[in-house]
Write a protein that binds this ligand. Structure first.
Ligand SMILES: Nc1ncnc2c1ncn2[C@@H]1O[C@H](COP(=O)(O)OP(=O)(O)OP(=O)(O)O)[C@@H](O)[C@H]1O
Ligand SMILES: [Mg+2]
Length: 160
């Protein structure tokens, strides 16, 4: 399922709408080239969870950031600088992925084998300087359920 964004603000609004659909334990896997808008998307998600968007910064060097939202924790991973699977094991990633917080992973496809089967995959692609194409695909029952809810909420009526 594809959704077009025409500005950073629109990407934030799309992400906020997705954030409102999430439940404890859900995981989102964000991919797309440098500057595609993955971190911006996380800011929108965070806003929906009651976390000020400006608190969200890329966890590129720390690999993971944690934020306290209204309904629980948001775990924000960035796999871009992750060396290998062992480094991920040392972080104790399974406690996050299978815990009761909401998890979002930038560059999750770099270590796709470590991702849970239940998740929502989102690929962001540049389409001009301000345009982006967001492709959603749900994996597992819960992943497909979120994708369907996103489609119902955003896929039919384009937002500007
Ligand atoms: N429609 C749009 N959606 C998202 N970002 C946009 C859009 N148009 C322009 N931008 C700009 O693109 C940049 C996206 O940066 P962001 O840090 O979110 O990318 P990223 O995918 O996280 O990159 P990285 O792989 O380096 O972590 C921002 O400067 C943002 O303002
Ligand atoms: Mg980023």
């Amino acid at each position: 399922m594809e959704i077009a964004s025409h500005s950073p603000e629109e990407t934030m609004r799309i992400a906020e709408a997705v954030g409102e659909l999430l439940r404890p334990g859900d995981l989102l896997n964000l991919n797309g080239e440098l500057g595609a808008g993955k971190t911006l998307f996380v800011k929108g998600l965070a806003a929906a969870l009651g976390i000020p968007a400006e608190m969200v910064t890329s966890p590129t060097f720390s690999i993971i950031n944690e934020y306290m939202g209204k309904g629980g924790l948001l775990y924000h991973f960035d796999f871009y600088r992750l060396q290998d699977e062992l480094e991920l094991e040392n972080i104790g990633y399974q406690d996050y992925f299978y815990g009761s917080g909401i998890t979002v992973v930038e560059w999750g496809d770099l270590f796709r084998e470590q991702l849970p089967e239940e998740r929502l995959d989102i690929v962001l692609e540049k389409a001009g300087s301000q345009g982006r194409k967001l492709t959603f695909s749900g994996c597992g029952d819960r992943g497909r359920e979120i994708a369907e809810q996103v489609r119902r909420r955003l896929g039919v009526h384009p937002r500007h």
